[in-house]
Design a protein around this ligand. Structure first.
Ligand code: FMN
Length: 275
């Protein structure tokens, strides 16, 4: 039997059994999956045995109303429940800490060679929102949402690769020889190939953007991706360098009830080929 337990009040025993609030959000243990989010613990308890072991009285699904930032759902639930929101509660903002938490999760997205060739601008002041709205076809959600992220992919990913990848060597995750090989491969692949560099910028930014949307969903927030903007205008207003390509805008905030439900998708047989 498995159950989801979000433990706020009596979570201390679970906490001491596994990890501390200073550790990253997600931890895996033989019987537990869970972690801390903004001081509240959230755990999936895998078996009755684990429940007994930890002194928890019952297993099953428990829905608790927890403070913002502490909601954790499984990935399927997040994907099933995500919609592109247009209507946001204009009265509810996000703290810089919450914004940083979302972007930190977004940067766990994969990128070619772990080049992390992205840059994120969080547009959250009324003045900055107006500047962005003006170059994004006046889309109301830019001003209405708590924050709109400009997700950029960066060109010449190979030039930033040594710096981005070195921590993986220093942490002993990859050998120096692997680092050297990857840097050489990336140079060979991207140097002088502007189309491929741009493809990679859009790919990386898109993966970052999708991860950000799911991270937002996991925090009880809604998101709205947008390509309806003038890239040159965005670059001018937000001082992007020539190598920073604005790939997508993502409005994030608290959804109002009047948003559309998720739209139907094509039949799987139109999309999937099994070979
Ligand atoms: C790359 C991309 C660009 C989009 N641009 C806009 C946009 O500029 N304005 C807008 O209102 N919605 C935009 N959308 C939202 C789509 O209309 C929405 O994802 C689609 O209708 C599916 O709806 P759902 O996400 O609610 O299932 C965009 C979505 C993506 C992925």
């Amino acid at each position: 039997m498995s159950g989801v337990f979000c433990v706020a009040g009596d979570g201390k025993r679970l906490a001491s059994a596994s990890t501390s609030p200073d550790e990253p959000l997600m931890h895996e243990r033989p019987h537990l999956t869970g972690g801390y989010s903004q001081g509240v613990s959230c755990w999936r308890i895998m078996t009755n045995r684990a429940c007994g072991h930890l002194g928890v009285a019952a297993c099953g699904s428990i829905e608790l109303s927890l403070p913002m930032g502490s909601i954790m759902k499984n990935v399927s639930e997040l994907i099933e429940s995500r919609i592109s929101a247009n209507a946001f509660d204009t009265s509810r903002g996000l703290s810089d800490e919450q914004i940083e938490g979302l972007v930190r999760l977004a940067t766990l997205a994969p990128s070619s060679f772990n080049a992390q060739n992205w840059k994120v601008i969080a547009v959250r002041t009324p003045e900055a929102k107006q500047r962005l709205k003006k170059v994004a076809y006046d889309q109301p959600k830019i001003a209405d949402a708590a924050v709109t992220f400009i997700i950029c992919g960066t060109l010449a990913a190979h030039k930033g690769l040594p710096e981005a990848l070195l921590p993986s060597v220093e942490k002993g995750i990859i050998e120096r020889s692997v680092f050297d090989t990857w840097v050489a491969m990336a140079n060979g692949m991207y140097e002088g190939n502007e189309v491929f560099q741009r493809d990679e910028a859009i790919r990386s930014a898109s993966l970052c953007a999708m991860t950000l949307m799911l991270a937002a969903q996991g925090q009880g927030l809604a998101s709205g991706p947008m390509i309806g903007f003038d890239p040159a205008g965005v670059a001018r207003e937000f001082q992007l360098s020539a190598s920073e390509v604005p790939a997508m805008l993502i409005a994030v905030g608290y959804a109002l009830p009047e948003n559309w439900p998720q739209k139907p998708r094509k039949a799987l047989k139109q999309v999937l080929t099994l070979v």
